[in-house]
Design a protein around this ligand. Sequence first.
Ligand code: IPD
Length: 272
Amino acid sequence: MATPNLNEIHDTLIDLAYKAGDIINNALPDTSGPGSKKNSADLVTQYDRAVETMISTSLKEKYPDYAFHGEETYSPTTPLTNAPTFIVDPIDGTINFIHNFPHACVSLGFAIEKIPTVGVVYNPSTKTLYSAIKGQGAFKNRDQRLPLRKAEPLTGLSNALVAIEWGSDRSGPNWTVKTRTFEKLGSSKENGGAMVRSFRSLGSAALNICSVAEGVVDVYWEGGCWEWDVCAGWVILNEAGGLIVDGNPGGWENERELVEEFWGFIQGRLTY
Ligand code: IPD
């Protein structure tokens, strides 16, 4: 198999992201309503499926040797392998899309040996594009190198803006860990909390990661993401100088004080 041409793949993914954006922006209200997957907070629309079909058809035609792994066609019988693989979330932030909340995106990643290598994330409502190739830097709208200038140096959790997501599991151990941790992070220091400056819950894992890459959010903590939620953002964040670590304390190698500080406030262990 020929060595993947990462620059060509990057440009192809950007073209597809714009095409997907046109489908998303021209979507008509779905009179039959969204379909639910796991429960009423885990939704899928005809547009998630239409965008994924358009993307997978184009990629399989242009790159027949590479695997395709998409949210709407995923099956546990075909797990992610080490092969060069496109990892795609056609609409990340489906609930936002359904509500016309302008914070959904198409998230297009390419991984080799499970290492995120090319990432393209596009929010068609705001026409914001994030993209990166491993080793070549990360960019917003192709010409602004990430991270952008920060207004204020980050000194720890007490001046951090933290992205969190409620997710679709609303009971069980992960729900308990999440809600207790949110409380701890937000509580005053006198009450043993971190008193983070504030939380943002914007409804798209990929855009949350890109917000950290951009420097407008400092930390994003999540339990329950899939590979298509994070692959593209992962490259973008790493190339912007950011770091992805385990949601649970001590799971991955880490050299940053902020991560240690954050792990110290997690109430229990997330199960994946
Ligand atoms: C979801 C969103 C959400 C995150 C979930 C994802 P979807 O993706 O990114 O913010 O909390 O973990 O599954 O369902 O909108 O593609």
